[in-house]
Design a protein. Structure first.
Length: 425
């Protein structure tokens, strides 16, 4: 039983959002006539061209549980109106926006003659619909997926694109668009002799500004073999209580630079004529992955063609115990060095530490173990010319280094560092 929670931070305008600590940027630019109407209905008359600059910050939350899952994106759009003739900000504000996907299964238990792998037999989706008013526009669609064992999943999805009024015209701010929600896979796991846990794997495809992204949610239910009616007997059948056993439930929570694992240990006592008794026995949350990010700096260089070397080494591991839980953390440092002259003097180094943790829960008779593996690799390393830097005195280009971090084969995030290069004086 796993759920994934993705969190991304987008840096807005440098002058507006530096103090907030966001780490990436998405911008849209619009142009308006010299006279604009601000949201408080006052009128501002200026000389010269008016430029609207907008950017936004997003935070994504994911939850999966029995028969229910959601993918929620909270957004804040920041925008400015700038008089380019006088290079002054005439108005700035922000708008709260959101996007949400809900998946609700019709039943928590499906009774069958025998356990089997269900398949998708039909899928319907309504056309995208929208409503609007003077300050926002809401888009929505719905859908239903039906499985061969009688289960059905109802989808509702919507996203809000806020509008601002510029000189009487509605201007849409940057926003997240829910593009599609697709059932990508169905998996089964036998939890008892007559019980399968069936998990529906959904992919949430959305566009953040102009970048396509994907998240996942995992609603689940139980498939139970029907109990045959007992033969009539003189005496009524009594409930038989079986021996208790332990099960472990884990939830992975993904944020920008780390992954946490929530572990719940349950004791299940089986009954023949009544629902099983399930009691929470132990729980803990561990950080199973944390990672640093590439740095950004400016250099006065002799050459814009760097000599790049990569190395890594194992650092001192860490281990410990917490009640019945124990953990072991491996630490590795990964170094990318880019040298811009022959003497190894003018250089930029990114030293990124990667920490990954294994977890074990153990009692006298039962042991659960979760082994984790992580990787970090450079997926882009080039010197390019950034439009926002062109025109600066002595600017030669920017080395862009992007590294991808994965946990157990699942991509966690991609981080980018910038080395701005200038002509050495």
């Amino acid at each position: 039983m796993t759920a994934k929670m993705f969190k991304s931070a987008l840096v807005a305008l440098v002058g507006v959002l530096v103090a907030t600590g966001f780490t990436s940027c998405a911008e849209e630019r619009y142009y308006a006539a010299p006279m604009i109407n601000t949201p408080n209905d006052t009128t501002i008359v200026v000389a010269g061209e008016i430029t609207m600059e907008a950017s936004f910050y997003t935070e994504t939350k994911t939850k999966s549980e029995l028969t229910n899952a959601y993918y929620n994106i909270d957004q804040t759009s920041f925008y400015e109106l700038i008089n380019t003739f006088e290079n002054e900000t005439t108005f700035s504000d922000s708008k709260e926006q959101s996007a949400r996907v809900n998946l609700v299964l019709s039943k928590d238990t499906i009774f069958v003659d025998e356990l089997f792998q269900p398949e998708l037999i039909s899928s319907t989706t309504t056309p995208l619909d929208s409503t609007s008013n003077i300050s926002k526009r809401t888009f929505s669609f719905e859908g239903v997926d039906t499985l061969s064992d009688g289960q059905s999943s109802k989808l509702t999805a919507n996203y809000v694109a806020n509008l601002v009024i510029v000189n009487g015209d509605s201007v849409k701010l940057p926003h997240v668009k829910i593009d599609s929600v697709k059932l990508s896979n169905i998996t089964t796991e036998k939890v008892e002799e007559r019980v399968n846990k069936v998990t529906m794997h959904y992919e949430v495809h959305f566009i953040e500004d102009t970048i396509s992204k994907m998240g996942k949610v995992y609603p689940f239910y139980y498939q139970v073999v029907k109990v045959s009616e007992p033969e009539p007997e003189p005496e009524p059948e009594l409930d038989q209580v079986g021996n208790p056993y332990l099960i472990a439930d884990t939830t992975l929570v993904f944020s920008e630079k780390n992954v946490r694992c929530k572990v719940n240990i349950y004791e299940v006592t089986p009954h023949t004529l009544a629902p099983n008794d399930t009691v929470l026995k132990d729980k803990k949350t561990f950080e199973v992955l944390s990672v640093g990010t590439p740095g950004t700096e400016s250099l006065y260089v002799k050459s814009t063609v760097p000599k790049v070397t990569y190395s890594h080494k194992d650092e001192t591991p860490k281990s410990g115990t917490n009640g019945n839980f124990s953990y072991a953390t491996d630490v590795t440092s990964h170094t990318w060095k880019a040298v811009f002259d022959n003497n190894d003097v003018i250089r930029h180094e990114d030293i990124i530490y990667l920490r990954v943790t294994d977890i074990t829960w153990s009692s006298e008779l039962t042991t659960f173990k979760w082994d984790n593996s992580a990787s970090i690799e450079a997926v882009y390393d080039k010197v390019v010319s950034l439009p926002e830097k062109e025109g600066e005195e002595g600017y030669l280009g920017t080395r862009v280094l992007k590294v991808k971090v994965s946990l157990n084969g699942i991509e966690v995030n991609t981080f980018t560092g910038y080395t701005h290069l200038y002509q050495q004086k």
